[in-house]
Design a protein around this ligand. Structure first.
Ligand code: UD1
Length: 341
């Protein structure tokens, strides 16, 4: 089986993807500097899969260390690139930190990919590239919008880099545009590790339910939607992870229609914030302390995916529904509390 390098393998989507790759029979190595993740994620991946993946604590901005790694690691057939900062709020305060970490890191990685003629590359992109779309659901052809944040810009620019890169490199590239990944592995061994106060909805809900936060604030109640709150496309992290295996298999099978292709990874279903609360309370049989508050600056009104391209071309199958997302997210929060993670 071929060898896949995962950058950011100790992160949320990274670790879930490492599990899926191992279970599909791939050999996996990881690069993660653990600046915003935990090395113990790989121990837990080993509990799930019975296989211990070696993580190399390298920062992608350190070209010397990265270059030396690639000189040593032979026979990498594909790279899945997750390692990046992802906080929208932080990126607004420190844009250069985001440009350096996300874009310089990507450039350095692509230099190595080109030098070693690595055949396949999968990039973590985001539905943030669609901004406030005029038509729903969004397809891969929906026009991209001006980025709302420096974080968003690193995704728009990161995709643009790849479009140009494939013109000169032998590498075939796929960008996967994630909608809102939530939930945790059904084994409850791995999940999202939250640094500080969560900005994302479901982690804020679970932290409120466990008592870490006093109250959830619903940002805005007068949006032009069915109940006045924003609509998003929440998708289980294991479904997102599995799509990366499908993407690698698609590339390996020579099925690419072009050197650079993009795919939406969403459930295809839009949920409002109030529907999320209702679902969380019902599935986990508890009451959430919440109130309405002001709109959050930069929030889009509604976005959800047309996911048929990934389903048809990649053979992607969705295995988890909203109830599973709610159940696994809550189970993980309780585990985090029990173990003081
Ligand atoms: C966030 C990022 C976006 C990124 C996306 C996927 C922001 C402004 N946007 O978007 O750039 O691409 O994740 O990674 O951070 N909500 C509340 N109360 C809360 C938290 C959230 O009502 O305490 C609402 C939000 O207003 C939104 C929905 O819940 O309507 C989802 O919010 P969130 O989880 O932050 O994701 P996105 O807004 O989609």
């Amino acid at each position: 089986m071929s060898k896949i390098l995962v950058t950011g393998g100790c992160g949320y989507i990274g670790a879930h993807t490492v599990v899926e790759l191992l279970q599909a029979g791939y050999e996996v190595i990881s690069i993660d500097d653990n600046s915003r993740s935990n090395a113990w994620m790989m121990d837990r991946v080993a509990i799930i899969t019975g296989k211990k993946v070696v993580n190399h604590a390298i920062n992608l901005c350190d070209m010397e260390a990265l270059g030396a790694f690639f000189e040593q690691e032979k026979n990498i057939s594909g790279v899945i690139h997750f390692a990046a900062y992802k906080s929208v709020g932080e990126s607004a305060k420190e844009p250069l930190l985001y440009f350096e970490n996300n874009l310089l890191g990507q450039i350095n990685l692509l230099k190595c990919v080109q030098k070693h003629e690595i055949a396949h590359f999968v990039f973590s992109s985001s539905c943030t590239v669609y901004g406030n779309p005029e038509q729903l659901p969004v397809t891969e052809e929906t026009p991209l919008q001006e980025a709302e944040s420096p974080y968003g810009r690193t995704k728009v620019v990161g995709e643009a880099f790849l479009r140009d890169f494939v013109k000169v490199a032998s590498t075939k590239v796929i960008a996967l545009r994630y909608f809102n990944p939530v939930g945790a592995h059904p084994s409850n061994e791995i999940g999202e590790y939250i640094l500080g106060v969560p900005s994302y909805l479901l982690p804020y809900m679970t932290q409120t339910a466990i008592g870490k936060r006093e109250k959830l604030t619903v940002f805005g109640q007068d949006y032009p939607t069915r109940d006045g709150t924003c609509i998003r496309d929440y998708i289980h992290v294991c479904d997102i992870a599995a799509a990366h295996v499908n993407a690698i298999q698609y590339l390996e099978g020579g099925k690419s229609k072009a050197s650079f292709e993009v795919f939406n990874l969403g459930s295809g279903i839009g949920q409002s914030v109030l529907e999320m609360i209702e679902s969380f309370e019902r599935v986990n049989d508890l009451k959430l302390n919440w109130q309405f508050g002001d709109r959050r600056a930069g929030d889009v009104v509604a976005v959800y995916a047309n996911n048929s391209k990934a389903i048809e071309a990649l053979g992607w199958q969705l295995r988890f529904n909203l109830d599973d997302m709610m159940r696994t997210a809550w189970a993980w929060e309780q585990r985090v509390a029990q173990e003081g993670l």
